[in-house]
Design a protein. Structure first.
Length: 346
């Protein structure tokens, strides 16, 4: 009967501890909160977002022992005192530990890979890789046992005596990456704004234009190169594979930038036509008319070959059309057009 009562008390203690001494919430995502460390005082427990696939995230859990002399013990399953003594390192309870000697137990965490893990002072150990649903939360209960270390000169096995239990329930939330990610939203807006800034922009290709075509395009090319460099740095995330959504989304943004064809925005503004200059420029409209009239009279009387007459007439007419500096009265404009036509069609 006495043993039964002790067993029931031990079971009650175990059930109480299963509810945890403390609950801590861990929130992870693959971007800004990839790593979160929970301080326990004697230890720091770090949760690291590794990867996500099919609505499940893999989270690495590690423990750093922050004490100077105590060891931290973690077990895979419940063990009683007899089982603890058979461990590679002899594990006992301090006399001050609660419960009746011979019937005390430790609780376990089935995530632990080995039968037990020992974290020495000032040492960090990767405990396990947990699978967490990205559509909800996972409760990971880890019982931590603080133990004093006794080194035996005569026995080959070291001895650890447990003096305190601390059961922590970690409620882990691991969100998968989506295009509502804050960094992605900002990057997408930056690309959109860049493309919008080019909607009403044209670059003059005329060599006489100032600033030059290269100087006109330089500010826009600098922005595009800068945005591309930022995207490349994000795509360099070692956790993302090319088939993963974040990699594909950022690659699409990069492709949008690269698809901007600056040659489609090049034209000639028409303000840089070369100034006409020839030997006939000093002539007035009246003088050009008289020159054409003279050529026509010579052509009519056979004193000039038609080829020479046409060549000279074309040069005079070209000067008349291109030189905008002379006065252009309608009277001489009509006479010039008339005699130029007579020569060409003679």
């Amino acid at each position: 009967m006495r043993k039964l009562i002790v067993s029931l008390l031990a079971a009650a203690l175990f059930c109480t501890s299963a509810w945890a001494d403390r609950e801590l919430v861990v929130r992870l995502d693959p971007d800004e909160n990839r790593v979160q460390t929970m301080e326990l005082g004697y230890a720091a427990v770090t949760f690291r977002f590794e990867e996500a696939h099919a609505n499940k995230a893999k989270v690495m859990v590690s423990v750093e022992n922050r004490t100077h002399s105590e060891a931290i013990l973690l077990f895979k399953s419940e063990k009683d005192e007899r089982m603890l003594k058979r461990c590679e390192d002899r594990i006992l309870f301090e006399k001050s530990y609660g419960g009746e000697k011979g019937y005390r137990t430790v609780s376990g965490c089935n995530y632990i890979r080995n039968e037990y893990e020992l974290v020495e002072p000032a040492y960090t150990l990767d405990l396990f890789l947990a699978e967490v649903p990205t559509t909800g939360t996972a409760e990971i209960v880890i019982p931590f046992y603080m133990a004093n270390h006794y080194h035996s000169r005569f026995l080959r096995r070291d001895k650890y005596r447990i003096f305190r239990e601390d059961v922590i329930k970690f409620i882990v939330e691991a969100k998968d990456w989506t295009e509502s990610d804050t960094t992605y939203v900002k990057m997408k807006k930056a690309v959109s704004d860049f493309k919008a800034s080019l909607e009403d922009v044209r670059f003059c290709r005329n060599r006489m234009h100032r600033p030059s075509l290269e100087e006109q395009q330089k500010p826009y090319l600098t922005v595009r190169d800068s945005l591309t460099a930022v995207i490349d740095s994000i795509l360099g995330n070692p956790w993302w594979m090319s088939q993963d959504l974040p990699h594909r989304s950022y690659s699409k943004l990069k492709a949008e930038l690269q698809s901007v064809d600056f040659s489609d925005l090049v034209y000639d503004c028409g303000r840089h036509r070369p100034v006409h200059k020839c030997s006939y420029c000093p002539l007035s409209a009246e003088q050009i008319y008289h020159r054409l009239d003279d050529i026509y009279q010579k052509l009519h009387t056979g004193r000039i070959a038609k080829e020479d007459a046409v060549r000279t007439a074309k040069t005079l007419n070209s000067c008349w059309q291109q030189n905008k500096s002379r006065r252009r009265g309608s009277f001489y404009a009509g006479k010039i057009a008339e005699y130029y036509g007579r020569i060409i069609n003679f």
